[in-house]
Design a protein around this ligand. Structure first.
Ligand code: DGL
Length: 289
């Protein structure tokens, strides 16, 4: 079972690409929608939330967790990998596949647009610098994720906001959508970008990297290292958890996943921390004798 973690709905755009690339695998998705957005939060809070969510996905039986959220991947991935990484558990992110895809696509000047915390982390630019001498221009776009969450991705407001942010990116030749919400703004970006500028959604590259990684590390999902030789006939299962309101999550989520969501289970918060999977049921009230 593969865990996918995001601050909310947006990571469902990544899950969509993962399920397309790995259709027979089982996925559990955890959206921390009750505490989203993460994009303007401080680093310590993001590290804390990320630990809680990744631990919950381990508890759900996922030895591999993909951090779909660009903000968490930029800010917390190294910490999560140090804390939880090992032979039988892995935490993977989206920033390195995004940087690799951008370097392969770009003729020399990459633009990246994401949340305030993604941009201030400088992680994407640092990963690009490891791969080549490309110039990177970043722009934080804090208005865009709320516009998408409001369901306004194809309205004039979205087009105006995207055009304004894109204008500030200068003479880039490739623009990376460095936030899980932005694939829904694709038409607005295509309308705003000058001809010849490539628009890059990292999600398919993240999925390809994960598929490749699973080929090379079969032991992580199959204890003992045995890969089933007969492919499973059935489609992979999908379980969805969220910390916010499950009914809202299910209604909004379809837009991001591109298909109706199964029942969404709620993960409660207790004293500022996520409840454990097997939490002890506390009964309130009186005992009648
Ligand atoms: N999932 C976040 C990201 O990709 C966007 C939404 C948020 O700010 O939480 O950066």
């Amino acid at each position: 079972m593969i865990g996918v973690y995001d601050s909310g709905y947006g990571g469902l755009t990544v899950l969509r690409a993962l399920r397309a690339a790995l259709p027979t695998h089982d996925f559990v998705y955890l959206g921390d929608s009750g505490r989203a957005p993460y994009g303007g939060r401080d680093t310590d809070t993001i590290l804390d939330f990320a630990e809680q969510c990744v631990e919950r996905l381990f508890e759900e039986g996922c030895p591999v967790v993909v951090v779909a959220c660009h903000t968490v991947s930029c800010v917390a991935l190294r910490h999560l990998q140090r804390r939880y990484g090992g032979a039988h558990r892995r935490v993977l992110g989206v920033t390195i596949p995004a940087a690799e895809a951008a370097v392969a696509e770009s003729r020399g000047h990459i633009g990246v647009i994401g949340t305030t915390r993604t941009v201030s982390s400088g992680t994407f630019a640092a990963e690009v610098a490891k791969l080549g001498a490309h110039r990177v221009t970043q722009r934080a776009a804090p208005l865009l994720a709320p516009i998408v969450e409001e369901g306004w991705a194809d309205t004039e407001i979205a087009h105006l906001a995207v055009a304004r942010y894109v204008e500030e990116l200068g003479d880039i030749d490739t623009l990376v959508l460095g936030c899980t919400h932005y694939p829904l703004l694709r038409p607005a970006f295509l309308a705003a970008l000058p001809p010849g500028v490539a628009l890059l959604d990292p999600a398919p590259f993240v999925a390809a990297r994960l598929a490749d990684w699973l080929e090379r590390h079969p032991e992580v999902l199959e204890p003992g290292g045995s890969i089933p030789t007969i492919p499973r006939a059935s489609a992979g299962s999908l379980r969805i958890l969220c910390t916010g309101e499950p009914a809202n999550f299910r209604a909004h989520g379809e837009l991001f996943l591109g298909e109706p969501l199964p029942i969404v289970a709620h993960v409660a918060e207790e004293g500022g921390r996520l409840a454990h999977k097997d939490r002890v049921e506390v009964r309130l009230g009186q005992v009648v004798r």
